[in-house]
Write a protein that binds this ligand. Structure first.
Ligand code: NMX
Ligand code: MLT
Length: 426
């Protein structure tokens, strides 16, 4: 049903974008200065992403719906929304869930490859390897090799995307159990939703069902964050060379594994635990203020705070905090996370460097995972990855559908910059 819906929508997208380009292709939408060229292209409007947007004063909006209004949805519904721009009705949701279930078996060779990796491999290196090693399954590559029309590229891209997304919960859970010696892999259960199945395969005790609820929320909140973040942009760039989704998604995941991006959630919990250890429990506000300054004075960033685009508290942080308040208000790590939110923004403002002193999504998630006994924090970015694959894949599908070309911005040299400065009008 998802494919059928896309078959109806894509001609409309193509017509609309073709018309925009033909009639207004020359309309200026951004300028670039030297500071931006040296400064990570911050604030340059240089690419299109229709799956979601992140206005600095509002935070994540998926296809017109603020993320705060999607917290009760299933991740599968959000994936359908990302790809089509519409939430699925009950029938379309059921069809998507069945389709994912049918595609969920992980090839046996994946487990062999993972078992052959060094035992101290980072879980992100294992997860990324698992995605890459499945490249031989790519329907996009098979069809491309046979000769396929450009207008059909999106079809095997959708196929590969569904195959990848369907398998990620089992791969992620399998890596958790293998890497941290939790015992045999736990099989999936027919009829469970995608995130609840992941929770089950992890093997985390969950009498209340709250862990499964957290997994659903986690997968919704991390699903996408417009097109310019490191992982989405990398995935888009690699995909634009017509590398298939296995190559493109694994490339994006390598970016997500960086401490300034997705790995910040691991760093964040590490920082909270360091505080608890140093003060033998939740410190006083003044001690926490001093500890924050010590982190800054040692030349480190405070993980989970700041953002390249946002200039408010990340609504995804608010959603996690609300979940914590409801389910674990007395948990010491949660309480500390809450207290950090009171102190750190003030410290960052005092320091005067960070343009955004507010918490991002990574500031809260670790504390909640820790509460449920998921204490191996080097694993946390794998959770982010399972979710973000939905955003990366939906961006790939849309980009193949609207026929975006190979990405190739122009770079310039410092010598060229110096010439521009020498020639600038007085
Ligand atoms: N702690 C200390 N210093 C910071 C922080 C922070 N949390 N955030 C920004 N700064 C510093 C930054 O390092 C830079 O310093 P310098 O001039 O010495 O290079 C200065 O403030 C200006 O940086 P900004 O323009 O505010 O931030 P930028 O857009 O370059 O980077 C982040 C954005 C997110 C990389 C940055 O805020 C950061 O490193 N935060 C901590 C890591 C983190 O939480 N990352 C997760 C992002 C969300 N995600 O999930 O991907
Ligand atoms: C994300 O979710 O990708 C992060 O908040 C980073 C970003 O948007 O730059």
């Amino acid at each position: 049903m998802l494919k059928q819906r896309l078959e109806a929508l894509i001609p409309q997208w193509r017509e609309e974008i073709g018309k925009i380009n033909k009639e207004n292709g020359n309309l200026q939408i951004s300028t670039v200065n030297i500071g931006q060229a040296y400064g990570g292209m911050r604030g340059v409007n240089g690419m299109i992403c229709d799956t979601s947007e992140v206005p600095p004063d509002k935070g994540l909006i998926i296809r017109g719906i603020p993320v705060a209004e999607l917290t009760e949805k299933l991740p599968e519904e959000v994936f359908y929304l990302l790809v089509t721009g519409e939430l699925p009705d009950a029938k379309a949701l059921k069809a998507l869930q069945k389709d994912l279930e049918a595609r969920s078996k992980v090839p046996a060779y994946v487990w062999k490859v993972l078992a052959a990796m060094p035992k101290d491999s980072h879980p992100m290196a294992m997860f990324d390897t698992a995605v890459l090693v499945m490249e031989k399954e790519s329907k996009f590559r098979a069809m491309y090799d046979k000769g396929m029309k450009k207008s059909d590229y999106w079809i095997p891209t959708l196929e590969d995307s569904l195959d990848i997304i369907a398998k990620l919960p089992a791969i992620g859970a399998g890596i958790y159990r293998m890497r941290f010696k939790k015992g045999n892999k736990i099989p999936s259960k027919k009829g469970l939703d995608w995130a609840a199945n992941y929770a089950k395969m992890m093997g985390i005790a969950d009498k209340t069902g709250n862990f499964a609820a957290l997994m659903r929320l986690y997968m919704v909140l991390h699903s996408d964050h417009e097109g310019g973040n490191v992982s989405a942009h990398t995935c888009h760039c690699v995909g634009s060379a017509l590398s298939d989704p296995y190559y493109a998604v694994s490339a994006g995941l390598n970016g997500l594994a960086g401490p300034l991006h997705g790995l910040a959630n691991q760093e964040c919990l590490g920082w909270l635990l360091m505080v608890l250890e140093q003060f033998k429990g939740v410190p006083s506000p003044e001690d926490l203020r001093k500890f924050s300054w010590d982190t800054l004075n040692s030349g480190k960033v405070i993980p989970g705070y700041g953002h390249a685009v946002l200039r408010i508290t990340d609504p995804r942080f608010d959603a996690f905090r609300a979940f914590g308040r409801k389910t674990m208000p007395e948990d010491p790590v949660f309480k500390l996370m809450d207290m950090v939110f009171e102190i750190v923004p003030k410290v960052l403002v005092e320091q005067g460097k960070a343009k955004d002193p507010w918490p991002n999504v990574d500031a809260a998630s670790g504390a909640l995972l820790y509460h449920f006994g998921l204490k191996e924090f080097s694993y946390y970015t794998v959770l982010f990855s399972i979710s973000r694959a939905m955003g990366m894949c939906s961006q790939l599908i849309v980009n193949r559908a609207i026929g975006t070309p190979i990405e190739r911005p122009k770079s310039v040299t410092t010598a060229w910059i110096k010439k521009q400065i020498a020639n600038k009008p007085m």
